[in-house]
Design a protein around this ligand. Sequence first.
Ligand code: ZN
Length: 443
Amino acid sequence: MVSNGPRRHDESMSNEQNSSVLELQSYLDRSPSPFHAVSNAQNLLLAAGFTEFSERERWTDTLGKYFVIRDGSLFAWDASSKDSFENGFRIIGAHTDSPNLRLKSSQQRSSLSYGQLSIETYGSPLLNSWLDRDLGISGRVILSGGNKEELLFHTNEPVCRIPQLAIHLDRGLNDKGLQLNPQSHLTPIWADSSNGSQSFNDWLGDQLSIATDEISAWDLMLHDTQPSEYLGANKQWIASARIDNLVSCYAAISALCDSADESSEKTPLVCLFNHEEVGSVSSAGASGQFLVGTLERLMNGMTIESRSKAFANSLCLSVDGSHANHPNYPERHDPDHIVHLNRGIVIKRNANQRYATDAIGEAIVKDLCERESIPYQLFSNRNDLSCGSTIGPTTAASLGVRTIDLGVPQLSMHSIRELCGVLDQTYLKLFCSAFFLAETTTS
Ligand code: ZN
């Protein structure tokens, strides 16, 4: 059964909403890699008056609007006074990475007269969705030399493609289903090597306007060059790459920027993590030390009693995509938890702690939604299907802070092109702002 609060903003799209969607689309299109997602969040924070800290330097005063960046992750806060820390933090976490195909370190492959790219699967993409797309290359390139200088790299133009085998050469395909070997069938073509064309490293150097031997290493990946679009008879949906989970990153950062000059007894924080799609175990991931270590630095000088009180009064949102019911596969969903696009944010529950929300967390979200007139829905996986997870459980475990998993519903999760509702991303932004500003108790 769908549990909806009161409906809001269900009239046709207002100008304000239209500009909010355009801003989101710009963020989605300009963030093909986690490094770009962080860089674009950094630009939004700088424009809102935040200042960047270096983790390598001494932090003498952490009060004010600041952020730090670590390898595709970002931590931002707006702290008014250390006394207010004891009132608790309001933490919103999301992830900057998406399942995709990544370039290996050595690029030498060719077959017949085609120059090809050696790739590695990252996370769990729907592999079929990467076939016959016009693909660009993006990520970061590390320069030779002692400083390990990092350049962001992003082609807007398509550079490569994974051509699917024609139906005439695979006649049983539509009966037996598509079988893809990730080593042999997902290798993109990118150059015509018949005349001894440029090496990949030479091409990359040209693109960056640097000598080839200045390139030391890279974290590069492929992305769909098709921009995000409105879709549907009434432009009611957004079709885009990386809806999971850049819609959440954008909502969290926007809410932090918008709330920065408002007064609140709680201290708002946003943490955008890399590596969620591969389990979060890394120096920049949600299971690493980044969140706890940065919080410890913020609370430097506070007594154990004050710090314990701060954590006990804190709340954390783990904001991530949720499955909407699929009209072609109704049997894949729990009949008591039907989720629709454009009918509100989704509170996710799982008794086995694949999602961190408990009954108190669910009640907190329902209460806030009802006060702010934001619709919500409830998700629970079928009991005979294994459930996905998020940064929620690991964040809850490392901080000991009550954590709530929620997010916008979507179709085609982990496809190269996903689909979500225009209204839902508005609801999520409203909810994130209310979470930072409204009075909520932790229990
Ligand atoms: Zn996700």
